[in-house]
Design a protein. Structure first.
Length: 695
């Protein structure tokens, strides 16, 4: 009898057979960290940045220049955070940004511990590695410095630049050492540090004497626009009226201040025993400037508007006037309100704020631990946000808070780790097609959140490109352009711009499409030198065909001799569409040729031709991949039964890809939402073998 092994599958089921002679145990390593901090920056950034073209150009020149530090300095209300948040969301090509915005408007964002945790997570994400294990107060900051060095080295190897942005140094409210003292006095090669703050208070005393922050030459003064001063005066007068207003108005102000992140009108109505229209009327009548109304970052697709205070200074003034005891009373009301939904098991009608933001309201230690290890709550958070990234970020911040309270013992840390691993394991095999499905169904926010679940630089880049294309094709080309501007890797940026160009062309906006094609083409020579032209060339073909330059599109595969030529011919066939079988016949690989024939099939005969071509493919792995590629052709031919059979490939590792492809093919019918949601409800299958195609 040969060796018999125990095996633990992905659902944690132990399979045992016979007498055990050899025991092999293989534990997967921890998954890479994934940061969604940019979602928080979007809450800070303005919808439009007007009149700051010269300042943005100065920041862009600094990011790629030789100076190591730049300090944007201005008095309060000058627009420092608006400028830096816009720049973080729209960085220059080849600049990787890691940032932290010190603010009291958003929970747990104004002290050194939060800075370390948020930046650590972003650096680990950039490096595509897990967060360092067993972090303590004694080791956390050393790991931060080490990861900064590692990230700068990685960026140099890619001919990129790493930029650390810290906004609001004057808003640091931590009781211990300052955030400023942690910024590197001698940044490693490839790292630039951009900060902002007011002239006063002065630089903290714990910043070393030879630190660049003490050099007046790094200061970039920022002028305050007259319009900003008018808004400031109006806001401050209005806040004074609210603070002394009727009890109902003071309640609304106190709850929004305590929530530090936004409450919807429905949330406020439930908390105060009124109605949402009444909340709207009250705030419109008494507080047109004090409160900022923004889409919720939690609710995927629907995105209800939430109220938060319109400026950092207003938040601080409200906190000071309300006082600690009243503020804690408002937090207790928020906890009681959220607890009513917890007691019901977080049902489907749970408000998004109640399920997703509860742990930000400074709960007691025991309550914080229960919230961050509540699996049903994590499921509800995934439903309203579109993914598990918010829950993962919350667990990391909970570890910091529990450590600060002296409550992070070994059992507690292990309990948090178990729930982190559960969240990571169920998001590791997502197909990029699923992003397209959600965008086609109108759930763009869900698609954006899901990008953070893709692991590995190549899969992350593919997800970013797919997101830009999906959002643009869904009709929101402005939003797609904003997303494309945040793609840093040159090959992914070029591909995203080309996909966006194709969407503009299909909408009849040919001039704008040609501008984007030219912008993407500027990156092609660099990509050819680095051997990273594949995905960019594929997107370029699609864009050229969309604007009518078919001859230029046909020339692209012939310019790239090598193993990628067949893939580019496949892209060409897909772009040209039906009636171009000649290009498909130029493909040497049987499997890729079958996929090309499927791409141009318009009837049952064409679909059967693709099936016949598939017979020449050897190897179950390749056959599974190509079977999934034939699903759209089967649906187009009206053979949904065969399409469903193709989706349920023999290899369970391909089930997620098959169901996503089926949902994309059926999008617009009553079947699509069920197909898309089914992937989420199943345990994560083992991924396909590495090195193969990803449908």
């Amino acid at each position: 009898m040969g060796d018999v092994h125990n095996r633990v599958d992905t659902a944690h089921t132990v399979v045992q057979a016979g007498r055990i002679e050899t025991v092999n145990f293989t534990a997967p390593g921890p998954a890479p960290a994934r940061s969604r901090y940019r979602e928080q920056i979007r809450e800070i950034a303005p919808a439009r940045l007007v009149g700051r073209e010269a300042e943005l150009a100065r920041l862009a020149a600094f990011a790629v220049g030789e100076d190591r530090y730049l300090w944007v300095r201005a008095p309060k209300w000058a627009g420092k955070s608006a400028l830096l948040s816009w720049f973080v969301l729209h960085p220059p090509v080849g600049v990787r940004v890691v940032s932290f915005f010190i603010t009291a408007r958003l929970a747990d964002s104004d002290h050194r511990g939060a800075f370390v945790d948020v930046v650590l997570e972003q650096l680990a994400d950039l490096l595509d590695q897990p967060l360092p294990p067993y972090l303590t107060d004694a080791t956390r900051e050393s790991h931060l410095r080490g990861l900064l060095d590692d990230a700068a080295t990685l960026c140099r190897s890619r001919e990129e630049r790493l930029l650390l942005v810290v906004d609001g140094l004057d808003e640091d409210r931590g009781a211990g050492p300052s955030i400023a003292s942690l910024l590197p006095a001698r940044p490693p090669d490839g790292l630039r540090v951009l900060v902002s703050g007011r002239p006063n208070p002065p630089i903290p005393a714990d910043v070393r004497a030879d630190h660049p922050l003490r050099d007046p030459a790094i200061v970039m003064p920022l002028d305050t626009s007259p319009a900003a001063l008018v808004i400031r005066d109006d806001m401050e007068l209005e806040l004074a009226r609210l603070l002394d207003g009727p009890p109902a108005v003071q309640d609304l102000l106190g709850l929004v201040t305590a929530a530090a992140g936004g409450l919807s009108a429905a949330d406020l109505a439930e908390l105060t025993g009124t109605t949402a229209p009444e909340v709207h009327r009250t705030l419109r009548r008494t507080a047109t400037r004090t409160f900022d109304v923004r889409p919720s970052r939690w609710q995927a697709g629907v995105r209800p508007e939430v109220y938060l205070l319109g400026h950092e200074e207003l938040q601080l003034a409200a906190i000071d006037h309300i006082g600690p005891s009243r503020l804690q009373a408002y937090r207790d009301r928020l906890h009681t309100w959220a607890g009513s939904y917890r007691d019901r098991g977080w049902p489907e009608d749970t408000p998004s704020t109640s399920s997703a933001a509860t742990s930000a309201w400074s709960p007691p230690t025991a309550a914080l631990l229960e919230l961050c290890t509540d699996a049903r709550r994590h499921d509800r958070m995934a439903d309203v946000s579109g993914g598990d990234a918010p829950a993962l970020t919350e667990i990391a911040l909970a570890e910091t808070r529990l450590s600060e309270r002296g409550a992070l013992d070994l059992p507690t840390a292990a309990r948090l780790a178990v729930h982190r691993d559960r969240l990571l394991s169920r998001g590791g095999n997502l197909p990029t097609t699923l992003l397209t499905v959600w965008a086609m169904l109108g759930h763009t926010s869900r698609a954006e959140v899901m990008v953070g679940a893709f692991r590995g630089a190549d899969r992350r880049a593919a997800a970013e490109i797919a997101l830009v294309a999906a959002v643009a094709d869904a009709g929101d080309r402005d939003r797609a352009a904003t997303i494309a501007a945040t793609v840093v890797a040159p090959e992914a940026r070029a591909a995203a711009l080309s996909r966006l160009a194709a969407a503009h062309a299909r909408a009849g906006e040919i001039d704008r499409a040609r501008e984007l094609i030219a912008e993407a083409a500027e990156l092609i020579p660099l990509l050819m030198e680095n051997g990273k032209v594949r995905i960019a060339a594929s997107a370029q073909i699609d864009a050229l065909v969309a604007v009518g330059d078919t001859d230029a599109a046909r020339a692209v595969p012939d310019r790239l001799r090598g193993p990628s030529r067949d893939d580019l011919l496949l892209d060409l066939v897909r772009a040209l569409g039906p009636g171009h079988a000649a290009e498909a016949e130029r493909i040497a690989d049987d499997g890729i040729r079958a996929e090309a024939l499927a791409a141009i099939a318009v009837d049952r005969a064409g679909f059967k031709a693709a099936l016949r071509a598939l017979r020449g493919v050897r190897g179950e792995f390749e056959r599974a991949a190509r079977r999934i590629a034939l699903i759209p052709a089967a649906v187009a031919a009206g053979d949904t039964g065969t399409a469903r059979s193709l989706a349920r490939s023999a290899d369970p590792g391909w089930l997620a890809q098959g169901l996503a492809a089926l949902a994309a093919a059926l999008a617009g019918t009553e079947h699509a939402p069920a197909c898309a949601a089914r992937r989420k409800r199943r345990p994560a299958p083992s991924p396909p073998p590495t090195g193969g195609p990803t449908p």
